[in-house]
Design a protein around this ligand. Structure first.
Ligand SMILES: C[S@@+](CC[C@H](N)C(=O)[O-])C[C@H]1O[C@@H](n2cnc3c(N)ncnc32)[C@H](O)[C@@H]1O
Length: 224
């Protein structure tokens, strides 16, 4: 079953601004790939590329990088196609990545398709982050942790502010659904979380900088 999400412009803009970019993880993947393939390699595909903010990180290491997504392109380069039907010749791709997207795919069909397009020695890397992200601020980080836990019921380290964290929670698909179905409750919920964080930090500005800690995971599999 194909799922089309993240298509409205406002969501796409928030996504680009607020989501954490996995540059450190991409560097690790490229370091592993480099043991098998001379870089720059020929072709990388980033499947379920969305706004392409992860796709561009691959650019320095390949002659060509193509982002694909089932949704209409929100930037100039990606190709619109389902992950389960990649319009590339067999045995031509050096690296397939999917960043926080493979959970939406029909995975058995996707994996078969990846096996077809990868050349011998080519690799598949799936990246995603854990939902248990945390905020750190002075000596009240333990209090913020509990409030974050409440917020995400609906790594890398980044400097963010309180509003940035709330905005990030807004990009989660579960929260989008909450906004669509119960807009008033969703707004009250965000305001409550924002106020709890500010109270715990004993500050008044939601632009106060905090450190956001996100755990990223990746799986890499290479074709013999
Ligand atoms: C959470 S977003 C991740 C976007 C981007 N990779 C990133 O890291 O910011 C998931 C993306 O997967 C795409 N997607 C979902 N199902 C898909 C499918 N079957 N084939 C291709 N793309 C798909 C969505 O359109 C969306 O852009």
């Amino acid at each position: 079953m194909a799922v089309r999400l993240f298509e409205d412009k406002e969501h796409a803009a928030e996504y680009v601004k607020l989501r954490v970019t996995p540059d450190e993880v991409v560097r690790k993947i490229v370091t592993l790939l480099e043991k098998r393939v001379a870089l720059p390699a020929k072709l990388a595909l980033d499947v379920g590329c969305g706004s392409g903010q992860g796709t561009v990180l691959l650019a320095p290491f390949f002659n060509q990088v193509v982002g694909t997504d089932i949704s209409p392109p929100s930037w100039s380069r990606p190709r619109q196609c389902p992950a389960e039907e990649l319009p590339f010749d067999s045995g031509t791709v050096d690296l397939v990545t999917s960043m926080t997207a493979a959970h939406w795919f029909d995975r058995p069909r996707f994996l078969e398709e990846v096996n077809r397009v990868l050349r011998p020695g080519g690799c598949l890397a799936l990246l995603t982050y854990a939902m248990d992200m945390e905020l750190e601020y002075g000596d009240v980080s333990h209090k913020l942790r509990e409030i974050c836990f409440e917020a995400r019921r609906t790594g890398s380290e980044e400097d963010h502010h309180v509003n940035g964290f709330i905005g990030l929670v807004h990009t989660f698909s579960a929260f989008r659904k909450f906004i669509e179905t119960k807009p008033q409750e969703a707004e009250e919920f965000s305001n409550r979380i924002r106020n709890k964080l500010l109270d715990a930090m004993q500050v008044s500005s939601p632009e106060t900088e905090v450190t956001m800690v996100t755990k990223y995971f990746y799986w890499i599999a290479c074709k013999p």
